[in-house]
Design a protein around this ligand. Structure first.
Ligand SMILES: Nc1ncnc2c1ncn2[C@@H]1O[C@H](COP(=O)(O)OP(=O)(O)OP(=O)(O)O)[C@@H](O)[C@H]1O
Ligand SMILES: [Mg+2]
Length: 326
């Protein structure tokens, strides 16, 4: 593993060492070693069955590891689960809310369960209703809420005891784009407030947008970890550069670039705003930012009219699928 797994500037909140959990024949989490630091929004990415929820349960001491170890706030979840859970908030995959209670009653109920001091409850609940933009619906029954409102209330409930570390297990699954956006905005605000968030998701756009660092899991194994740039840099074949040449030079340019190392493939990219101002786009594969001077040199040497050279970073989606194939 590279050193991107370490971010020494802020305290370690979660550290696992070859953490493993086996259910019968299934290795749900396989020798997972990661560390997560205070203030990070950490994306935990993987297909169905990758081991995301199992990891959340292990870290909260809901289940015990088969092998390896974990520390959360320096505590062992197996022996100190209750102390850890007092400082974590967990939004589970399918949070159950009682449709007969109002939003305010729901939060009161959970404030009591989580031992929020009576003197603080009211203020805390009003703050959360406001933060999640539910104040005006506070006395409405949850049964009348839209999915997005329910999820915001479930998030509010997760934060009732002001946890330092928040686990969100697929917080936007099943939500429409508008509700998804609402939840993203709430996570952004938690990020701005310096909360540590462990975000399980298979929504790659969500991870790319919200997370400082991302771990990609498959079948219990950690495939890669780092920020999006570190992950992209592992994917050489995903690197592309788009160039805009004069439309009159298009076929000559494609041939020239195709034989300019380290280009592995060059093709006209007709649907990229082609034709505007007489320009035509070509996509060059197998080249990255550092190869741009060579591309320009080759074009100038051949007398091509070059209007634009744009390195295209592979998206998290490119990286994710390439990693699954390795
Ligand atoms: N209690 C259990 N008993 C038996 N097998 C389990 C149990 N919990 C999880 N598993 C298995 O462990 C593997 C990992 O499951 P897990 O729920 O952690 O995946 P996940 O990444 O959260 O998937 P999803 O995206 O579908 O929520 C799966 O093969 C699952 O069937
Ligand atoms: Mg899951």
């Amino acid at each position: 593993m590279d050193d991107s797994n370490e971010r020494p500037s802020s305290p370690t909140v979660i550290a696992t060492e070859r953490l493993t959990r086996i259910f019968g024949q299934t290795v749900a989490v396989n020798e997972l070693s990661i560390s997560i630091h205070a203030g990070e929004v950490f994306g935990f990415l993987g297909h169905n069955g990758a081991g995301k929820t199992t990891t959340v349960r292990l870290l909260n001491g809901v289940i015990a590891p088969t092998a390896g170890s974990a520390r959360v706030f320096g505590l062992d979840p197996t022996t100190h689960g209750h102390r850890i859970r007092a400082r974590t908030g967990v939004l589970t995959e399918t949070p159950a809310l009682d449709p007969r209670l109002t939003a305010r009653q729901t939060l009161h109920y959970f404030a009591e369960i989580y031992g929020v001091p009576k003197s603080e409850r009211r203020r805390r609940i009003e703050e959360l209703l406001e933060f999640f933009e539910l104040s005006s619906r506070g006395d409405h029954k949850v049964g009348s809420f839209s999915k997005g409102m329910r999820q915001r209330l479930a998030l509010a409930r997760t934060l009732i005891h002001d946890p330092e570390l928040i686990f969100l297990d697929e917080p936007t699954s099943g939500l429409d784009p508008a509700a998804t956006r609402e939840v993203h905005q709430m996570i952004e605000r938690l990020k701005q407030r310096g909360r540590t968030v462990f975000l399980c998701t298979h929504n790659l756009i969500e991870a790319e947008r919200l997370c400082n660092r991302i771990a990609v899991m498959a079948q219990g194994r950690l495939l890669a970890i780092g920020d999006i740039h570190q992950l992209s840099s592992r994917l050489d074949r995903g690197h592309r550069v788009s160039v805009e040449v004069d439309a009159a030079d298009l076929s000559r340019a494609v041939q020239l670039f195709a034989r300019t190392p380290p280009v592995v493939h060059a093709e006209a990219a007709p649907n990229r705003l082609a034709g505007r101002n007489g320009g035509a786009f070509i996509m060059l594969y197998g080249v990255s930012r550092r190869d741009v001077p060579r591309i320009i040199e080759a074009a100038l040497h051949d007398g091509l009219r070059l209007y634009r050279v744009q390195p295209e970073e592979p998206s998290l989606e490119d990286v994710y699928f390439a990693l699954q194939e390795l």
